[in-house]
Design a protein around this ligand. Structure first.
Ligand code: IPE
Ligand code: IPE
Ligand code: MG
Length: 253
């Protein structure tokens, strides 16, 4: 049994409720890092680290469902990750396809909606088709939203939001004065998703690596030393406990 003791759990959460207990972060975002180093430490090829990391994804999903988290965003592949050797990129895409195929039924059973964000047109057609199919099928599920950040880069996202607003301004659809934070956010990939409350990164790296730069303005950060393949439900619960010890001030007192 996993120790959730001393964790402030929601009292009751109806299956369809979208608003969590206030002590539970409504949105958790995770930079899943350290697969390669985990494998290297064991004398295994990097791919084995990625493979083992898929198990951690299952764990974190279960933990978030247990807690009643509304949104779980996983940084699975960055726009910079395209610069890795072709063999690794290919292997990662293969693993992603496999994960999506295996997960589809699980999402149905658990009433979990899937969303993908990023430059999805850069993904192989097969992967795009799979994503589209699962997103359409799970569109009305309400227990939790699993957001996969794929081929995702925050700077690109911000630039494309600026471009779309500039286009509208030039064509007269909006005036520059109308552009505010709310309108800007509505042009990001995350338009309909609340900002993350908690950002977790594994592998001890103290950086955000082009992930949700706009959206994490006021997220609480928890950096764990362990590599992603070692991440288990208990680590998520510990991260939420740490979050619950924080005093969020949002610039006020
Ligand atoms: C995270 O693990 C997975 C992806 C970025 C796709 P890494 O592959 O970055 O592993 P390390 O950080 O090199 O150990
Ligand atoms: C961030 O990890 C991207 C993902 C976890 C998908 P990286 O391993 O690519 O980032 P850096 O190179 O350590 O900044
Ligand atoms: Mg890494």
């Amino acid at each position: 049994m996993i120790a959730t003791k001393s964790l402030l759990l929601p009292t009751a959460k109806p299956e369809t409720a979208m608003q969590s207990h206030p002590e539970i972060p409504r949105h958790i975002a995770i930079i899943m890092d350290g697969n390669g180093r985990w494998a290297k430490e064991r004398g295994l090829p990097r791919l084995e680290g990625h493979r083992a990391g898929a198990e951690s994804v299952r764990e974190v999903m279960e933990a978030c469902i247990t807690l009643g988290v509304d949104y779980l965003t996983l940084y699975a592949f960055s726009s910079e990750n395209w610069n890795r050797p072709e063999t690794e990129v290919k292997a990662l895409m293969g693993l992603l396809d496999r994960f999506l195929k295996e997960k589809a039924k699980d999402l149905d059973e658990r009433n979990v909606r899937l969303l993908a964000i990023g430059q999805l047109d850069r993904l192989p057609k097969k992967t795009r088709d799979l994503l589209e199919k699962i997103q359409a099928r799970t569109a009305n599920y309400t227990r939790m939203t699993l957001v996969l950040a794929l081929s995702y880069g925050s700077r690109e996202e911000i630039v494309s939001a600026a471009r779309s607003l500039a286009t509208d301004a030039v064509s007269g659809r909006i005036s520059p004065e109308e552009i505010d934070c709310k309108l800007f956010a509505s042009r990001l990939h995350t338009a309909d998703i609340p900002d993350p409350d908690l950002l977790v990164r594994t592998s001890g790296e103290m950086r955000v690596s082009n992930f949700l730069l706009w959206q994490i303005s006021y997220a609480e950060m928890v950096i764990l030393k362990k590599f992603w393949p070692e991440f288990r439900q208990a680590d998520l619960f510990e991260s939420v406990k740490e979050y619950q010890r924080r005093h969020r001030r949002f610039g006020a007192l």
